[in-house]
Design a protein around this ligand. Structure first.
Ligand SMILES: [Fe+2]
Length: 155
């Protein structure tokens, strides 16, 4: 399958844990694994993004995160905003040879959380309970075969 039609986004990629900084610079220290700035590599094609939202490719349908924001939390009744993310519009496989390895979450381009996923044990999805009630949420998922994909939404 061709990848020519996909959108591409720049990022600074940690060589150790594959965290991607999207705020325009490499951090002093990787917020996920603690690696130093020297472990980061600037990549013009670090992340794949949706090119035409009215005409998704098969690969985009399996990889672009689908984000659902739930305003009322069943667990923490006050001051909690639930974010549910799944991959993707067509469910991505979670097999030993092809799976989603992790999902990294950001608010206003700053890292807030990583959810690690284990193939065969978990579905390609995660949820967070946010204190924040506004801002721009981004989710970047890493597929072991097809790379990193991003979706952003306003809270
Ligand atoms: Fe994949």
């Amino acid at each position: 399958m061709t990848e020519e039609s996909e959108g591409i986004m720049k990022g600074y990629v940690c060589k150790v844990c594959k965290f991607i900084s999207i705020n325009g610079s490499a951090p002093d220290k990787c917020p996920v694994c603690g690696a130093p700035r020297t472990a980061f590599e600037e990549k013009e094609d670090a992340i794949k993004t949706l090119k035409d939202e009215n005409n998704l490719t098969e690969l985009e349908k399996k990889h672009i995160p689908v984000i659902t924001v739930v305003k009322k939390c069943g667990l923490i009744p006050e001051g909690c905003l639930d974010v549910h993310v799944k991959m993707g519009e067509i469910q991505h496989p979670m097999q030993a040879e092809h799976y989603i390895a992790h999902i990294d979450f950001y608010i206003d381009k700053e890292f807030i959380s990583r959810v690690m996923l284990t193939p065969e044990k978990l579905n390609p999805a995660a949820a967070l309970h946010l204190k924040a009630s506004s801002g721009r949420l981004a989710a970047i998922e890493l597929c072991n075969l097809h790379g990193a994909w991003i979706k952003e939404t306003e809270l």
